[in-house]
Design a protein around this ligand. Sequence first.
Ligand SMILES: [Zn+2]
Length: 245
Amino acid sequence: MALERLLKGFADFRVGYYRDHLDLFDKLATEGQSPKILIVGCADARVDPGILTQTKPGDIFTVRNIGAIVPPAQIPPDHRQHGTSAAIEYAVRGLEVEHVVILGHALCGGIAALVDGDKGAFADYDYLSTWTAVAQSVRDHALSELKDMPRAQLTRVVEQASVVNSVVNLMGFPWIAERVAVGKMVLHAWWFNLVEGQLYAFNPETAEFDPVLGLKVRPTIDKSTAFAAVRPERLIAKFAGKPAF
Ligand SMILES: [Zn+2]
């Protein structure tokens, strides 16, 4: 049934969307792709970046993984299989995207697994906790600062703090930091709340996520941002009721 639904969908696509966009597909086939935006999203089936942004084929380059996480740059490269970093590298160095968006989301199972740690349902999985441990320090810091916070709320804080952490990790790739410094690239920390259908963006001034309203959004990091202000610890401090620092 599930597979039939896919095939029915593809049949509909062939006679509908594909036929309606023949010129676009022809152009993409002959000229190649030239997206201006890379989105790093979560593999979660509920948060498809293309659907959320109503974009067309060729508009966004996308990498999706557990938790919408960017690992730290490996310098020097160790020649191991860094799938997410390879996708980021191709988008930045190959396609010269102008924006990188980290798109975290509410009710993220990957981040919930990180929060639960050894007590979680996925503690004995082979790969999952090793991957989400990219944000381990963020999780540990949130847990120690927000001891009395209910799990659901704490998970939400870690979801957002992990997005900020991933933007910080982006700046560790030299070819990203160089492009940001000269104004060729802008980085965005976004979080989508699927419960209310609202998108939020990190505001480096207040260290909070603000709702995105209309067509303008404040960049998380561009060439004029004080990069030091973009730290997950500042966001966690806000939730702990401490003044922004
Ligand atoms: Zn998720």
